[in-house]
Design a protein around this ligand. Structure first.
Ligand SMILES: [Cu+2]
Length: 348
């Protein structure tokens, strides 16, 4: 049997998410619709972060709790970051070392083959345990010159804002104030705005899945996404060029890089990345805003598995869902795991 899944480096994971987010944000730029306008209705304090030539510009300190994270990207390239807290007792520098080389590090400088293109550093097997023991609490990505918004919840302590190491943007620290360990941060979905759908990221007994609503309406909407699994998960959403089954998506995901699609299936470049949710750890909740047009969509997680380092997609963490015109009956998604959660109109 052909081996198609390789261990995924952290860099690759972040890069994949980054590319997706960007293109999507550009596609989502509907005239008159400010990014995150539905999220603003929740009324949370805004945490505004800018990315410029000088790096990430963020406040040194914010009050803990739910926050509207707004990223303003002033670069000519897409950019973004994840918000991560190293495991208790681990130095920030030691944790950053497992994410990748710092900006400015000369790749291949020590290589005996000077001048040759250095091979990408592809670690064998899974990342170190600290990768999984850290707290991932979401992140933000924006297209060149663009903006994006997401609602996250930060608990008191020291957090790292870290972009993909290969993007050359230095990580910065953010102090979240409040009594450490006093109370868990309130659930972001308990705010004044409307949650239209709930999504679970789930892993149990070797089953890795998204639990999506059985029905997704077209139009602008807020999804409350919670990781009820034990490993960090992300959700990367793409719009398919035509209806697809879960099995067809599997065939596409298993294609080796640069291989043509099987006869009758669309090419990977025909999918439109729509962004998604940056990696979140167990019990973390993020609110994300989407504006779906009717069609077929794929959700997939590329985070590495703790045991093997393979992307979760290789363990089945992908699904297909259908968006119908509002008020119109649509067939249920082909998801092998239907959501037990109410799909629409979850009001608070
Ligand atoms: Cu996952």
């Amino acid at each position: 049997m052909r081996r198609v899944w390789a261990p995924v480096s952290v860099v690759a994971v972040l890069a994949v998410l980054l590319v997706g987010q960007l293109t999507a944000a550009a596609q989502d730029a509907t005239p008159g619709a400010e990014p995150g306008s539905l999220l603003r209705a929740f009324g949370y304090p805004e945490l505004r972060v800018m990315i410029t030539e000088g790096g990430i510009q963020a406040p040194d300190e914010v009050q803990g709790g739910p926050l509207l994270l707004v990223l303003e990207n002033n670069l000519d390239a897409e950019a973004g970051f994840s918000i991560i807290q190293p495991p208790a007792g681990m130095a920030v520098a030691d944790f950053l070392a497992i994410l990748g080389p710092p900006p400015g590090a000369e790749a291949g400088a020590a290589s005996p083959e000077a001048g040759a293109t250095p091979p990408a550093a592809e670690p064998e097997g899974p990342p170190p345990p600290a990768f999984f023991e850290a707290t991932w609490t979401g992140g933000a990505f924006a297209p060149p010159g663009g903006e994006s918004a997401v609602i996250i919840s930060l608990t008191p302590g020291e957090w790292i804002l870290a972009g993909p190491p290969e993007a050359g943007i230095a990580p910065v620290m953010l102090t979240v104030s409040g009594a450490e360990g006093a109370t868990p941060a309130a659930s972001p979905g308990a705010g004044a705005g409307t949650v239209n759908a709930r999504v679970e990221f789930y892993d149990e007994d070797g089953t890795f899945q998204f639990r999506l609503p059985e029905r997704v309406e077209a139009g602008p909407q807020v999804w409350e996404t919670t990781n009820t699994g034990t490993q960090p998960h992300e959700m990367f959403i793409l719009r398919a060029p035509r209806p697809l089954t879960v099995d067809e998506v599997r065939q596409l995901l298993e294609l080796p890089p640069d291989a043509p699609p099987p006869p009758g299936l669309p090419g990977v470049e025909e999918f439109i990345p729509l962004g998604g949710v940056a990696p979140i750890s167990q019990d973390q909740t993020v609110l994300a805003e989407f504006a779906f047009e009717p069609g077929t969509y794929v959700a997939v997680c590329f985070m590495p598995d703790r045991e093997t380092g393979m992307p979760h997609a290789a363990k089945g963490m992908y699904t297909v869902f259908t968006v119908g015109a509002a008020g119109e009956d649509v067939p249920p998604p082909a998801s092998p795991v239907a959501s037990p959660v109410a799909a629409e109109g979850v009001h608070h």
